[in-house]
Write a protein that binds this ligand. Structure first.
Ligand code: HEM
Length: 489
């Protein structure tokens, strides 16, 4: 297990661990009635990190729910893959889904989920990703173009604007949409209207992040509120606007089938086997789910990757060399991705140290055992991506940023040693989950991340302005307002 700083101990100590009953997982005790809720609301990431000291499966209670944190890669494989039919997402996650998008694919179960997955995965085939990649690269070039030499930027702000623009262009394709009149079917939407629509999507994404923050939800679970707070009011207003926009766009796409390949066109045209179509509310739920799943996750990964690069000139130089060898003077494109192996290694390593999705939630359909421990029905399993990906049993120098560990053999010119994956369990690394419910946008995300990073490094170098990284747990792992200075190359 990786070393846990003592300052991160919260409401319990090791001596309080209940090891009396061999088939119960060790328990981390909190306060009477509210369990560990306050500790988690105060410092969710610290709580999760320090819990790994108790064992590979650790029970605790919070938000009125019984949790079991899992730090064992083989148990993760069992839950996500080989015994996946014995587990469902469970109440903790569906309660969250009910707040933002009850019918969204990330929250549904059984036949409804299968039908949605079949329908939606046709938007994420390699051909579709290739057709989206041009927009990803164009937006990345526009992002870098807006930076001046010597300018200080807040990485997360800049990069979440970037990922939102990519999502808007590929999922909603606001630019392509023609007005209802007889105007041409593509590309001629008046700029102001396009900006207006993009602003509606941006406001919805921001309101979603503020509304669904774990700190807010945690406090809500112990201090019930009958009066909506500001975040809730803003969320409801932003969602009403988004719903109106989606209804309008769906109607337009149904009236003119111009063969558009964005996700909204697919959803607008899709038919169930009985010939019925998705209602605007169903379409809205999917789009909100994609905003939720695909926006901050990629922005956060890019933020961590850029900040890590800014502090490591050897990695920055190795990346630049690779880009020069593969692309020369031209901009990176989709066809370069296979050859940009070091760029991919940087992305993977950033996601190992700072996985945007810190833990996955599952609930056993009935009482079961896991890693030799009894897990009663109603327990919420929390599979710790963050803990496992930093565990010294599977990773050498687990806290060190070392992209080379992802390269297979050969000399990477940096003089650093390569790490054989060897006997590391497969689920020692699972930033995109695994099994039937693995991330639907994984290929989309990896292409976007590789292209954005390559384009950025092609044009600029970074120096750190913020020296210390103190991530916290937001909807995704939150890097905070990290600043870097831009040097144009
Ligand atoms: C670095 C970026 C990303 C990371 C780390 C990430 C991570 C994940 C993880 C861990 C899951 C599984 C959750 C679970 O099993 O409980 C997931 C599911 C999902 N992701 Fe991603 N994701 C990323 C980007 C994206 C993007 C860009 C999209 C779409 C454009 C997307 C769409 C989805 C969807 C729809 C699901 C639900 C799949 C299902 O339940 O069938 N993700 N993601």
């Amino acid at each position: 297990m990786s070393e846990i700083p003592s300052s991160q101990s919260t409401d319990a100590t090791l001596s309080e661990t209940d090891r009396t009953n061999a088939d119960q997982p060790p328990r981390r005790r909190g306060l009477p009635l509210i369990g560990s809720t306050l500790s988690i609301a105060r410092d969710p990431l610290g709580y999760l990190e320090s819990a790994s000291e108790y064992g590979d499966v650790v029970a605790y209670e919070a938000f009125g729910t019984e949790f079991a944190l899992v730090f064992d890669p083989d148990a993760v494989e069992s839950v996500l893959v080989s015994r996946s039919d014995q587990f469902r997402k469970g109440e903790f996650e569906t309660n969250f889904g009910d707040l933002i998008a009850p019918g969204g694919i990330a929250f549904t179960e059984g036949e409804q989920w299968r039908r949605q997955r079949r329908l939606l995965q046709s938007s994420f085939t390699p051909d579709r990703i290739r057709s989206f990649a041009g927009k990803m690269a164009t937006e990345a070039a526009a992002l870098v173009d807006g930076w001046d030499d010597g300018e200080t930027i807040v990485l997360q702000d800049a990069l979440s604007t970037y990922t939102l623009r990519v999502l808007s262009r590929t999922l909603f394709d606001l630019k392509r949409e023609a007005p209802r009149s007889s105007a041409p079917a593509s590309g001629d939407l008046p700029r102001a209207l396009e900006d207006d629509r993009a602003e509606t999507v941006r406001r919805a994404a921001t309101a979603l992040d503020n509304y669904a923050s774990p700190g807010r939800l945690a406090l809500g679970s112990i201090v019930p509120s009958w009066v909506p707070d500001r975040a809730e009011r803003e969320y409801e207003a932003a969602m009403a606007d988004l719903e109106a926009l989606v209804a309008d766009l769906v109607a337009q796409r149904r009236s003119v089938d111009d063969g558009g390949d964005d996700l909204l066109s697919l959803l607008a045209r899709a038919e169930y086997p009985d010939g019925s179509r998705l209602s605007p509310a169903e379409v809205r739920d999917q789009l909100v789910t994609f905003l939720f799943a695909g926006h901050e996750t990629t922005a956060t990964t890019l933020t961590f990757a850029c900040w890590l690069l800014a502090g490591d000139s050897a990695v920055q130089t190795a990346l630049e060399r690779e880009l020069e060898a593969v692309c020369g003077d031209r901009e990176p494109t989709f066809t370069d991705c296979d050859a940009l192996v070091y760029t991919e290694a940087v992305v993977r390593e950033a996601m190992r140290l700072y996985p945007p999705v810190v833990g996955l939630y599952r609930e056993p359909r009935r009482g079961t055992t896991l890693a030799g421990y009894r897990i009663p029905a109603g327990t919420t399993l929390q599979l710790s991506v963050y803990g496992i990906q930093r565990d010294g049993r599977w990773w050498s120098a687990p806290e060190t940023f070392r992209p080379e560990r992802w390269l297979t053999g050969g000399d990477d010119d940096s003089g650093r040693t390569l790490e054989p994956a060897g006997d590391r369990p497969e689920y020692a690394y699972f930033p995109f989950g695994g099994g039937p419910r693995h991330c639907l946008g994984m290929r989309f995300a990896m292409t976007e991340l590789q292209l954005a990073l390559a384009t950025i490094v092609h044009h600029v170098e970074f120096d750190r302005v913020t020296e210390t990284l103190e991530p916290s747990l937001g909807v995704t792992l939150d890097p905070g307002p990290l600043e870097v200075r831009v040097r144009l190359r």
